[in-house]
Design a protein around this ligand. Structure first.
Ligand code: TEU
Length: 601
């Protein structure tokens, strides 16, 4: 494909450019994409060298997971300096070169913003530790006195997402045990106090710093966590919410209550900018729906959060060409999530209900319908995602009974059926890439990479492995450096053969060079799908359900293309029309086999 024709051009003044509405965004996890200096850790020059492969794949944008200065206690989601590149990954000049190269290739660049917490090595936190209780320095974080006569009990009962209590006690100036600070994640990730004006001013300045350098948007980490309920009350356990304050969804009790036509993506902006009309919708989890009430505990999804995103939106709206914000917010139900994407807040939010959906036609139809309806009601585009750096890669998930997506997989756990998983994974991808809205891909999924499910425990680096007392393997299995050339050291990831996590044997035959010219490869399927998606304007359409195929099939029409995905156990008859694309070889007898998707045009 010629890449020159797709160069990003600045939007002329007065015109709107809502490129994100149907964008396919490719997530780069810098530690594991490409290593230019051979130290075994991916870096920015490595990414720049390999960007041509992504332009060739046909994505519209890249999102870079954090590359900022960080002690790497949580793989870079513990930021010590929001305006510096960590020496592990390169320099600011390397970032500028990456951005320029991406823009030359027609790729937009979204960077990760981590506003819920900093690293404990951030200058502000170091200052806070050195300062007295009640000082302005401590007020930038959430320090509290402990409970009990000697303050030796944590200030409340909140648990960290990574395991253990969400509070850590620090020593006072005299070395005696002192106050506690809140960390919803690792103890090396103290939570900011978003009631503090300096914190708000600082993050707006950080936004401007990267916007001035030319980034096209931000993925906002833990976007539902910044504001905590006033008084930090105890979390009152609700069996549906577990101990973390959020439900861990299971394949549930969906009923397919979909409308015939949904998702008028690209219609006029109907966002109300106000409080919206939040109706409980049942979500995709087992959690009960309450009218307009968040399903989460007092540390998540507080109403005060929206003021922050309205402020940020005002910052972004001063820039041309237009820039975007995408929320990483694990919020249920969808009506609550849609509040983050009202017309004066963020542009998009990741659709985790879609990611969490098991291989079940009724659940998929319901999630798709609700997602489109709820987002359209606030004038926002819907997003779709199957994999990222926090969850089990989707071909492995779909190859496991129960579809476990969280917590990782270890060598002594039941192992996925790799062939079935990839078959379903490809069908899921083809379904996703035809849906109205925007899609997020995670590096390596275009190669059909599985999770590394036999990683030695001694190699694990995700803090959840330690913090959970070795009950959760963690997320390393989806973060393994990706294979480029099957015969090269570290499969082309680094010239020296070093790799911060060992690559599984199965990666060699999945290397990009092995798939590049094979029309049956997963890479070819992604490339063809992205080209066809662009040609048919698929992301910009509306969706009409086609109900001719029975309950085990997901079928819809959009932009003149009919998409049929067979999640059942028996073949179904294909509708008339030419097959544009299929997720697996078709038998040629006019039927669509199980676990297969087709685009008919
Ligand atoms: O994740 C937030 C988060 O809550 C989920 O990742 C999820 O609960 C967890 O990963 C399940 O194991 C974001 C980042 O994506 C993640 O990588 C960071 O570790 C986390 O924030 C803290 O910054």
């Amino acid at each position: 494909m010629s890449t020159a024709a797709r160069t990003v051009t600045p939007t002329p003044a007065g015109e709107t450019d809502d490129w994100w509405r149907d964008a396919v965004v490719y997530q780069i996890y810098p530690r594991s994409f490409a290593d230019a200096d051979g130290d075994g850790m991916g870096d920015l020059p490595g990414i720049t060298d390999r960007l041509g492969a992504l332009a060739d794949l046909g994505v519209d944008a890249i999102w870079l997971s954090p590359f900022y200065r960080s002690p790497q206690a949580d793989a870079g989601y513990d930021v010590a300096d929001y305006r510096e590149v960590d020496p592990l990954f390169g320099t600011l000049a390397d970032f500028d070169a990456l951005l320029a190269r991406a823009h030359d290739l027609g790729l937009r660049v979204i960077v990760d913003l981590v506003p819920n917490h900093s690293s404990d090595r951030h200058r502000w936190f170091v200052d806070a530790l050195a300062a007295a209780p009640g000082s302005p320095e401590r007020d930038r974080y959430l320090f509290r006195d402990g409970l009990g006569p000697d303050g030796s009990e944590p200030p409340n009962n909140w648990q960290s997402v990574f395991g253990g209590p969400a509070w850590n006690r620090v020593a006072g100036p005299d070395g005696a045990p002192g106050q506690w600070y809140l960390h919803l994640f690792d103890p090396h990730q103290p939570d900011f106090n978003w009631d503090n004006a300096e914190v708000r001013t600082e993050f707006e300045a950080v936004l401007r710093f990267w916007l001035d350098r030319g980034v096209d948007g931000f993925r906002v980490d833990v976007a539902h966590g910044l504001v905590k309920q006033a008084g930090l009350p105890d979390f009152v356990a609700d069996p549906a919410l577990g101990t973390l304050g959020f439900a861990v969804p299971t394949a549930g009790d969906e009923d397919a209550d979909e409308e015939d036509t949904v998702g008028a993506v690209g219609e006029s902006d109907k966002g109300d900018g106000g409080d919206g009309d939040d109706k409980g919708d049942g979500g995709s989890s087992g959690a009960p729906a309450a009218e307009g009430v968040s399903h989460l505990g007092p540390m998540w999804d507080q109403d005060g959060i929206h003021e922050i995103y309205r402020d940020w939106r005002r910052v972004l709206d001063k820039y041309s060409p237009p820039r975007m914000l995408v929320a990483e917010a694990w919020v249920q139900p969808l009506t609550r999530l849609s509040r983050y994407v009202r017309s004066d807040e963020m542009h998009q939010a990741f659709n985790f209900d879609f990611l969490e959906a098991p291989w079940d036609a009724a659940v998929l139809r319901a999630v798709i319908s609700r997602s489109l309806a709820v987002n359209t009601s606030v004038g926002a585009t819907t997003t779709w995602v199957l994999s990222n750096h926090d969850v089990v890669r989707h071909p492995s998930r779909f190859g496991l009974a129960g579809g476990r997506w969280r917590g990782g997989i270890g060598a002594d756990d039941p192992q996925p059926d790799a062939e079935l998983g990839l078959r379903r994974g490809r069908a899921a991808t083809l379904t996703m890439l035809a849906l109205p809205g925007s899609a997020y891909l995670y590096q390596g999924e275009e190669l059909g990479l599985p999770e590394h499910t036999t990683l030695p425990d001694s190699a694990r680096q995700d803090p959840t492995w330690q913090r959970s007392g070795h009950t959760e393997r963690g997320r390393d299995g989806c973060r393994v450096p990706i294979p480029w050339e099957s015969a090269a050291p570290a499969l082309g990831f680094s010239s020296t053969g070093k790799s911060w996590l060992p690559q599984p044997e199965s990666f060699a035959r999945l290397a990009r060079d092995r798939q590049q010219d094979d029309p049956a490869s997963t890479l070819s399927m992604y490339r063809t799908a992205l080209r066809s998606r662009r040609e048919h304007g698929l992301g910009r359409g509306t969706l009409s359900w086609v109900r001719d195929f029975g309950t085990d099939v997901v079928a819809f029409a959009t932009q003149g293309v009919t998409v049929v995905t067979n999640l059942g156990r028996s073949p179904v008859a294909l509708p008339p029309g030419g097959v544009l694309l299929a997720s697996a070889a078709l038998p040629g007898d006019g039927t669509l086999p199980p676990d297969t998707a087709v685009w008919i045009g």
